[in-house]
Design a protein around this ligand. Structure first.
Ligand code: MD3
Ligand code: FE
Length: 216
């Protein structure tokens, strides 16, 4: 068996229903990974990755940036979406066409043909970085799904239900995986376990996650 065989496994089209309303599209982003990364480097040159402070006063271990009409920001006064990057005072960079196209195609595969994200939150993880259990509910239309794209090192994604106390499922997300979170999963509590160290061929010791949202 050669390495070439495994390069195409699992097939890009395969998908798994991981929770009611949540579909994992295995490797859906893999064939455009280099294009996604080129746009990522350009984006962070204009809106650098930074560590927000939570309303509780803790500095997040995930480094973040945004693109699109709105960006997700946090400080001691709360979480919100803003049109401008608080760091520079500039509008967030436009959403790269290759990113938008990928997110729209992924949502359409799962039945959200009218999904048009106006915001993309970029999350960067290094070894040990985690994202604590939370819900995403700062978006105005909770009927719209969120599309997430995983690149680089694998992560263990934790998710439950809309009840914080629910038992958590663990799911490994690898380079190129795309998840569409809609329906009953939209308000599920979720987080990322501390990232295991490793080296990814394209991204090195990093994991990048793109979450596409209809924020307004
Ligand atoms: C389920 N990001 O940015 S992506 C986030 O890998 C976030 O960086 C994680 O949670 C990351 O808010 C997880 C998967 C994800 C994103 C949004 C969701 C799952 C979700 C919203 C609702 C339910
Ligand atoms: Fe989230």
């Amino acid at each position: 068996m050669t390495a070439d065989f495994f390069d195409d496994f699992p097939p890009a089209q395969s998908s798994t229903l991981i929770a009611p309303g949540a579909a994992l599209l295995h490797g859906f982003a893999r064939d455009v990974d280099a294009l996604l990364l080129t746009a990522f480097e350009a984006l962070i040159a204009h809106a650098p990755l930074r560590h927000w402070v939570t309303p509780g006063g803790r500095t997040m271990s995930v480094a973040m940036s945004n693109c699109g009409l709105l960006g997700w920001v946090s400080d001691t006064s709360g979480y919100r979406y803003t049109a401008r990057d608080p760091l520079s005072g500039q509008l967030w960079p436009a959403m790269p066409a290759v990113w938008l196209d990928l997110a729209v195609r992924a949502a359409a595969v799962v039945g959200y043909g009218s999904f048009r994200p106006d915001s993309c939150l970029v999350n960067a993880y290094g070894p040990g970085t985690k994202l604590s259990l939370h819900q995403d509910k700062d978006e105005s239309d909770l009927g719209a799904p969120i599309v997430s794209v995983s690149l680089g090192l694998p992560a263990v994604f934790l998710f439950g239900t809309d009840q914080r106390s629910a038992l958590l499922q663990r799911l490994r997300l690898v380079h190129g995986d795309v998840v569409v979170w809609g329906g009953a999963s939209r308000l599920a509590y979720h987080g990322i376990a501390p990232l295991a160290d490793g080296t990814h061929a394209l991204l090195g010791r990093r994991r990048i996650n793109l979450t596409f949202r209809q924020a307004s």
